[in-house]
Ligand binder design. Structure first.
Ligand SMILES: C[S@@+](CC[C@H](N)C(=O)[O-])C[C@H]1O[C@@H](n2cnc3c(N)ncnc32)[C@H](O)[C@@H]1O
Length: 242
C-alpha cells in the first residue's frame, strides 16, 4: 500500500471542518472581525485544503485566490471546492505572487508563519498586493504557547513539567511540526511577539487590533482535553491595514 503523505494524514484527520480549534473558536472570530467580506477580492495565503476559503464563500465575496505551494493540499482544495469565484494557485508565498500590486481587499494568512523562517518575504508581498486601506489578518501559534515543550512531549512521549512556563522564549529554535501525523514533517519556526509586530510595521502595514486566543466552552464540550490548555495563550490574531 502506498505510504500516506503527512498532508494526506492531516486532511484525513481534520478534513475541511473537523478541527475544533478552527471550527469552534478561531475561524468564527476571524470571520466576524474581518467583516465586511461581501464583494471583496480576497487572497488566502497558504490556504491548505481550503478550510477557510469554504467558510469565506458564505459571506458573498467577489473573488478568492487560494494560494499554496503544496500540490497535495491544492488537490484536496480543488476536489473540495468547486465555485467559479475561487481560483487556486500553486505558488510559494515567499516569492512574488501572480497578483497585481494594489489589487486585493483582504489578505488572510492562517498558520503558515510557523512553517516559514523569513516571514518578511511573505509580508513584503502582502503589502504589495493589498490596496490602500486593504486589510491583513495574520493568525499563528502564539509565541508564548510552549511549543518547544509540547514538541518534546510529542517526540518522546514523556511529560515535561516545564510546559507551563515560557523558558527558552528568546531562543530561535526549529522543531518538527505535525509530529503525531507522520514521520515526514515540515519544520516549526518560533517567532517572538516583537518579530511578528515589527515585521508587520516594517512592511508599511498599521496594526489595528491584537487578539490572544486560548480555548472556549464549545471546544471543551467537544473535547474535555482542551480544558488543560485553557489558561495558555495558544493563538495570536493580528489585524492590520495598509
Ligand atoms: C498548517 S497549514 C494551514 C492551512 C490553512 N491556512 C489553515 O489554517 O487551515 C500550512 C499551509 O501553508 C502552506 N505553506 C507553507 N509555506 C508555504 C509557502 N512558502 N508558500 C505557499 N504555501 C506555504 C502549506 O503547504 C500548508 O498548506
Amino acid at each position: 500500500m502506498k505510504k500516506q503523505s503527512w498532508q494526506e494524514k492531516w486532511n484525513a484527520t481534520y478534513g475541511l471542518n473537523k478541527d475544533p480549534n478552527r471550527e469552534l473558536l478561531l475561524f468564527p472570530l476571524l470571520l466576524n472581525i474581518s467583516k465586511p467580506i461581501k464583494g471583496k477580492l480576497i487572497a488566502d495565503l497558504g490556504c491548505g485544503n481550503g478550510s477557510l476559503v469554504v467558510k469565506l464563500l458564505r459571506y458573498a465575496p467577489k473573488k478568492i485566490y487560494g494560494i499554496d505551494f503544496s500540490s497535495n493540499f491544492l488537490k484536496f482544495a480543488t476536489d473540495n471546492i468547486r465555485d467559479k469565484r475561487v481560483t487556486f494557485i500553486k505558488s510559494d508565498i515567499r516569492r512574488r505572487l501572480p497578483l497585481k500590486s494594489n489589487s486585493v481587499d483582504i489578505v488572510y494568512c492562517t498558520f503558515v508563519f510557523n512553517e516559514t523562517k523569513n516571514i518578511n518575504l511573505i509580508l513584503k508581498e502582502v503589502s504589495r498586493i493589498l490596496k490602500k486601506r486593504g486589510r491583513f489578518y495574520l493568525m499563528t501559534t502564539h509565541p508564548f504557547f510552549p511549543m518547544k515543550y509540547y514538541l518534546y512531549e510529542k517526540y518522546t512521549g514523556k511529560k515535561n513539567d516545564k510546559i507551563l512556563n515560557v523558558k527558552g522564549y528568546f531562543e530561535n529554535f526549529e522543531g518538527k511540526f505535525n509530529l503525531t501525523m507522520a514521520k515526514q514533517t515540515p519544520p516549526f519556526y518560533h517567532h517572538r511577539v516583537e518579530d511578528l509586530i515589527n515585521s508587520i510595521i516594517n512592511n508599511n502595514l498599521s496594526i489595528r487590533r491584537v487578539n490572544e486566543l486560548s480555548t472556549n466552552k464549545k471546544m471543551i464540550n467537544a473535547d474535555p482535553r482542551y480544558k488543560e490548555q485553557s489558561d495558555m495563550p495558544k493563538v495570536i490574531l493580528i489585524s492590520a491595514e495598509k
